[in-house]
Design a protein around this ligand. Structure first.
Ligand code: AP5
Ligand code: MG
Ligand code: ZN
Length: 217
């Protein structure tokens, strides 16, 4: 099963991908997570990505397409994958179509988690992430049992550098300009479905799992 999770910043792509990984046992490929790992390691890729991420702009297409091409060629993707945060431009979507054609693994479904923009800033500002295992929390909507401590591994929680109001506004406007047009792109392909992301986290998961359980691959 080759899935694409779409949706604006803070819609719940990463949160839902973590649940779908448990359910379907296919890898989660998040370009944002890959860039953050590269920033942490101080690699050349990390240096290129950091300035763009901190201001809420997109990392250039050639850089982003290259890392996804390499990742999709890895063995664990042969049984399927969940793309999160890629593609974000028409150029990236065209490149992905070419990569997947070469792998003979066309997209099975494009699931767009829809959340109105007025909810998204609160989601981003309240987000907390575990330093050790990457689990995602929210101070109000999904708090850990002990403040700032991960339920899964007892790791400390941190806030992403781009989860402030100013950068978030830029991220939302970049989404509207560059990424929203992709909904039309995938509607035409006949594999697109919209999910109401304003429901509680477990309800969104339930809806996604229901849709995917009826998909034959
Ligand atoms: P990326 O890391 O992909 O960020 P994003 O797209 O802005 O999305 P987020 O990770 O912020 O949101 P999410 O949808 O995963 O939400 P989450 O589940 O965490 O990209 C970061 C940057 O990297 C980009 O700005 C760009 O610079 C660069 N980049 C990445 N990909 C790129 C590409 N393809 N091309 C170029 N540049 C690229 O949930 C958010 C919060 O809400 C959490 O606290 C969660 O607990 C809470 N929450 C989740 N679901 C619910 C719910 N149903 N109800 C209430 N709260 C909820
Ligand atoms: Mg995410
Ligand atoms: Zn943890």
């Amino acid at each position: 099963m080759q899935l694409l999770l779409m949706g604006p910043p803070g819609a719940g792509k990463g949160t839902q991908a973590a649940e779908l990984v448990k359910k379907f046992d296919i890898p989660h490929i998040s370009t944002g997570d890959m860039f953050r790992a590269a920033v942490k390691e101080g690699t050349e890729l990390g240096k290129k990505a950091k300035a763009c991420m901190d201001s809420g702009k997109l990392v250039p297409d050639d850089v982003t397409i290259g890392i996804v091409r390499d990742r999709l060629a890895k063995k664990d993707c042969a049984k399927g994958f969940i793309l999160d945060g890629f593609p974000r431009t028409v150029e990236q979507a065209d490149a992905l179509a070419g990569i997947l054609e070469g792998l003979n693994q066309p997209l099975t479904k494009v699931l767009n988690i829809h959340v109105p923009s007025e909810d998204l800033i609160e989601r981003a500002i309240g987000r907390r992430i575990c330093k050790s295992c990457g689990a995602t929390y929210h101070v109000k909507f999904n708090p850990p049992k002990v403040e700032n401590v991960c339920d899964e591994c007892n790791g400390n929680l941190y806030q992403r550098a781009d989860d402030n109001e100013e950068t978030m506004r830029n991220r939302l406007s970049v989404y509207e300009d560059s990424t929203r047009p992709l909904t039309e792109y995938y509607k035409k392909a006949g594999i697109y479905l919209e999910i109401d992301g304003r429901q509680p986290i477990d309800k969104v998961t339930e809806e996604l799992v229901n849709v995917l359980s009826s998909v034959k691959d």
